[in-house]
Design a protein around this ligand. Structure first.
Ligand code: ADP
Length: 543
């Protein structure tokens, strides 16, 4: 009733102030705390640095909600768990962490403490702990039996889904939670979830009817997005770019290999930029030193593998450069999101060449540590990145946000990406006939149905060289390549593993699954096939 709600609200505000020493909530935090205290299942989508931990830590110390007792937090990273535990202890909050490698003595001590009256507010676990040791589940059941289990919190919830970044096999153990503890509310939190991942998470955790708390838009209006063709001497191009307009500013440059991080950082230092490298193979002390220098501004540029970023919260990062292709769009969005936290204009550059994708597809194929299904998922996601890079007409925001299920009006981009700046009036054209002709041309050519891009281009008269409205000029070489790569990224064509025979050109063949056949019969998910063109090139009058 009203009085209870008022009491609850009062307790929440009081604990925010007295325990956490904070005056106000950030966006959506209050809604999340209240929903879980009222006993609902909650799915929270909140940007990195948005303050997810407070949502459950504050709920954990409130006792006037509908549910009370110990809040059990499942989190994948022991390092982050340790950070949180010491931060909570500093606030005098009772907390216990249960990691995979505890001594028997220690774990008995914990069990006793959970049985005693002196129970902690929070219990942190790794997902492994919930899975293997039935002991932990039994212990939690006992806790629940006496009404002392307030809620389960699943942090980094995207790890539950085989479509999620950093999928963890151990997280699948969470699928039984709802059956085992039907009365215990679950709170799932993540910073990146595509609609597909969100659906998976809700299904696996059994919280389909949960309250969903998410920002209205994931758009970051102060970031400028740009995709560039990779030049021959990339490190020099980046150096020139920094020197011309961004000298002295903070930036992150992502590289695919550790060696390259070191080589580039050295090169930048030799050219007067205070750069440092960062990757997973550094020892803990060097990592800390680098992070400290970066935080203090002593070093302005970090050349890093994607290992750099977890827990980085520097507000004045003016640019994020991807020197190679990210392996998925949600990772890309997450990584670029480290720029411009202070709200000031910042730039996101991505250097693209199809050649990089060959090696990435191969790396996925060669990874025998994961299931075939997971490999296919990864390829699909890599193809989405290719499509994003190749679509040099449609608004970048519209493209990337659609990936997260958000419809973004390109007019709202406000010249905030390369495509919107370059082509105000672009148009989508049905290229199905041209695509069909190209596939049939491929079919006619040799038993292996492979050929180089160069050859296919020579055969232009065979596969229809024009686009509507531009009869005499025909499809440019670039657009031809774009068309083939689009068919590749849709999975209608596939890449032939690149041997020397192709002289570095991509080789295409028809994907033996039914996708291509369906397409030729003008059916299936990819028919009709459209491409974006600049209105002028297409000869379409848009005025
Ligand atoms: P996330 O897990 O969402 O990436 P964190 O929970 O680590 O983010 O919070 C990021 C930072 O924001 C932390 O330093 C935290 O203390 C701070 N923070 C969280 N909520 C608030 C708030 N309401 N007011 C001020 N600072 C906050």
């Amino acid at each position: 009733n009203d009085q209870q709600m008022a009491d609850l609200r009062e307790e929440i505000m009081d604990k925010l102030d007295r325990v956490f020493r904070l005056k106000t909530f950030r966006s959506n935090q209050y809604e999340a705390v209240l929903s879980t205290l009222l006993g609902y299942d909650v799915f929270v989508l909140m940007a990195t640095g948005g303050g997810k931990s407070l949502c459950y830590q504050l709920a954990a110390v409130c006792q006037r909600g509908r549910v009370k007792g110990v809040t059990v937090v499942v989190t994948p990273l022991i390092a982050l768990m340790n950070d949180q535990v010491s931060a909570l202890e500093a606030k005098k909050i009772e907390v216990i962490s249960l990691m995979a490698d505890l001594s028997e003595e220690k774990s008995d001590e914990i069990k006793n403490r959970l049985r005693s009256r002196d129970k902690p507010s929070l219990l942190y676990l790794t997902p492994e702990k919930l899975d293997r040791s039935q002991g932990t589940r039994q212990m939690l059941k006992a806790l629940n039996y006496t009404g002392d289990l307030a809620r389960f919190v699943v942090d980094e919830a995207h790890c539950v889904s085989a479509w999620g970044r950093g999928f963890r096999e151990a997280y699948t153990a969470l699928s039984g939670l709802k059956q085992d503890f039907p009365n215990v509310p679950i709170m799932a939190l993540t910073a990146t979830a595509t609609p597909q991942v969100e659906k998976d998470v809700k299904n696996i955790l059994g919280i389909n009817d949960c309250i969903r708390i998410a920002p209205e838009s994931l758009d970051r209006p102060n970031l400028f997005y740009q995709v560039l063709r990779k030049p021959k001497d990339l490190k020099k191009a980046i150096l020139d770019w920094i020197k011309a307009d961004h000298f002295g500013e903070c930036g992150i440059i992502y590289c695919s290999s550790r060696d390259r991080c070191e080589e580039w950082a050295l090169y930048f230092r030799d050219n007067g930029i205070t750069a440092k490298h960062f990757h997973a193979a550094l020892d803990a002390v060097s990592k800390q030193q680098t992070q400290d220098k970066w935080a203090s501004g002593e070093c302005s540029v970090i050349v890093a593998t994607i290992a750099f970023g977890m827990g980085i919260d520097k507000p004045d990062v003016r640019y994020v450069i991807h020197s190679t292709l990210p392996d998925r769009l949600d990772s890309y969005y997450q990584e670029t999101g480290r720029a411009g936290r202070d709200g000031l204009a910042s730039r996101c550059l991505l250097y693209y060449t199809v050649a990089d994708t060959h090696y990435m597809f191969k790396r996925i194929d060669d990874d025998m540590t994961v299931t075939p299904e997971y490999r296919e998922n990864q390829k699909t996601m890599l193809r989405q990145v290719m499509q994003y890079c190749q679509n040099n007409v449609e608004c970048r925001r519209t493209q990337v946000l659609l990936h997260f299920g958000e419809r973004f009006d390109p007019l709202a981009c406000n010249q905030g990406c390369d495509n919107c700046c370059n082509s105000k009036d672009s148009t989508k054209i049905d290229m199905s006939e041209v695509a069909i002709a190209a596939i049939q041309c491929l079919k006619r050519l040799g038993p292996r149905q492979t050929l180089t891009k160069a050859k296919l281009v020579q055969k232009r008269e065979e596969w229809g060289s024009t686009i509507p409205g531009n009869q005499e000029k025909g499809l440019s070489m670039t657009d031809r390549e774009r068309l083939l790569n689009s068919l590749l990224s849709l999975g209608i064509l596939e890449q032939v593993s690149c041997g020397n025979a192709s002289n570095g050109f991509p080789q295409y063949k028809i994907n033996p699954t039914s996708l291509a056949d369906e397409f030729l019969q003008k059916r299936g998910p990819h028919y009709p096939f459209t491409m974006w063109f600049k209105a002028k090139a297409a000869g379409v009058n848009t005025t």
